[in-house]
Design a protein around this ligand. Sequence first.
Ligand code: FES
Length: 135
Amino acid sequence: MSGKKKQTAAAPAASQVTVCRGCCCGRTEKNPNIDHAAQLERLKERLGPARVRVSDCLDVCEQANVIVVSPSSAGRAAGGRPVWLGLVGDTEAIDDIADWIDAGGPGTADAPAVLDLDEFKPSRRVRDEAGFGDS
Ligand code: FES
């Protein structure tokens, strides 16, 4: 036995979200009927700006708009992994995501059933390149 442990990325103390704002997500050219700025502000209001991260393209543009919900450290310890949500378009979905995170997020609280419709699993390559490789 070598005594080495596999290193994994440290989970944040609180669950947080990564909101894609690349070449397709957040663009009115792609989704003209969505107020993308208002959605981002709503998430920041609900969760606090420190728990909302904006990323460049996550390489799953066919799912635009993409949001990834990461578990808290407690959620990860309980088996929670980042959850990828695609085609997020309405304000109700934003509130459902915020409600879920307020309740604890992945690994700690069940996601609202309606979010099952938005969940998808990208390829390992995409997850690795986006920094969610062990999900
Ligand atoms: S712009 Fe969001 S996945 Fe490409």
